[in-house]
Design a protein around this ligand. Structure first.
Ligand code: FMN
Length: 347
């Protein structure tokens, strides 16, 4: 899988402002780069002489069976990348047998995305808005449209003020779930983000469960103590994430804190991670450090930009094939055989 080439192709096809918005990290891109480096600094320490004639990548997330531990991260405004936007991504997730996490600032509505792939497992990502009534209405819509979890992103205090230097493109066709939004209005995304509540604390997490009846995944955790607070507040899972290095530059890389978070959670909730995961080896390293699954953000958007639904399928299939190859190399025939001792820091 040559994701660098895919990124180039996507960048050529996309409008320049959209490409910059999708690809960039904040400020000097230190955290975006650190995410990639953190996985590369780890080395595999494989077992040999294990029977790996039948390698399986299937697992479950929050009880839902998935064919691969590579899930699709929530990314805003996917109609920047393809006319069908999130509907194409949802169909791709269904074809591959994985979970799509739908962004709160998706181009398409929660219902339209659900209709595009009714049988696929899908989770709805949300920020708690200052306007609780609007947030509650969205959580109820997600439940009614068959979403199976709410992914509560908790970096909302930082996101609107990301210190990136580029422009934020107007949402093509509007923002499917946030009203008021006018199609194509410049600054519509920034206006929507201005209502993210910067006063969220752990007890607020229960609101998502109360409103939707769905399990809550907390996305944006970077410390063991915070992860414990989320679990104690009732979270079913935490996702270690720094928003792909798009908020405050200089933030720690996710690969560098995953083990701390997984240890602190101690099996009381599922742990996922995203940020800079680009190869099957990166996926295996994340699983060895304690993640149950990983999420990929930009690679899926690049696939969408280059090949629509099929482009996203190709990216996910490539990750999964590569993971199967690395699992075999490490002597693991399934994900339950991935243990911490398969990974060591580079000398
Ligand atoms: C273009 C773009 C838009 C994003 N929009 C959202 C969003 O709406 N909500 C959210 O929680 N995270 C959002 N993220 C962060 C991703 O969910 C994820 O944390 C990150 O992309 C993972 O890093 P990777 O791109 O290196 O795989 C976005 C990321 C990108 C690249």
């Amino acid at each position: 899988m040559d994701l660098a080439h895919l990124e180039e192709l996507a960048t050529e096809r996309l409008d320049a402002v959209a490409a910059d918005y999708i690809n960039r990290g904040s400020a000097d891109g230190l955290t975006r780069a650190a995410n990639l480096t953190a996985w590369r600094r780890l080395r595999l320490r494989p077992h040999v002489l294990r029977d790996v004639s039948n390698v399986q990548t299937a697992t479950t997330v929050l009880g839902a069976p998935v064919a691969t531990p590579v899930l699709i991260a929530p990314t805003a405004m996917q109609r920047l990348a393809a006319e069908d936007g999130e509907r194409a991504t949802a169909r791709a997730a269904a074809r591959v047998g994985t979970v799509m996490v739908v962004s709160m600032v998706a181009s398409c509505s929660l219902e339209a995305i659900a209709e595009a792939a009714p049988k696929a497992p899908r989770w709805a990502q949300m920020y708690l808005l200052g306007d609780r009534g609007r947030t509650r209405a969205l959580a109820e819509r997600a439940r009614d449209a068959g979403y199976q979890a709410i992914v509560a992103s908790v970096d909302g205090a930082a996101v609107p003020y990301g210190d990136h230097r580029g422009a934020t493109p107007p949402p093509p066709g509007g923002l499917g779930n946030l009203v008021p939004s006018e199609p194509g209005r410049p600054g519509a995304l920034l206006a929507a983000m201005a209502d993210f509540d910067a006063g969220v604390t752990p007890p607020d997490l229960a609101l998502f469960r109360e409103w939707s009846g769905l399990p809550v995944v907390v996305k944006g955790v970077l410390r063991g103590d915070d992860a414990v607070a989320c679990v104690e507040a009732g979270a079913s899972a935490v996702a270690v994430s720094n928003h792909g290095g798009r908020t405050v530059d200089g933030c720690v890389a996710t690969g560098d804190v995953l083990a701390e978070v997984a240890d602190a959670v101690g099996g009381r909730a599922e742990v996922y991670v995203d940020g800079g995961i680009r190869t099957g080896a990166d996926v295996l390293k994340a699983l060895a450090l304690g993640a149950r699954a990983v999420l990929v953000g930009r690679p899926a958007v690049w696939g969408l930009a280059v090949g629509g639904e099929t482009g996203v399928v190709d990216v996910l299939d490539a990750f999964t094939r590569d993971l199967a190859r690395v699992l075999a190399f490490c002597g693991a025939s399934n994900l339950s055989e991935v243990s911490a001792d398969l990974v060591v820091p580079a000398p």
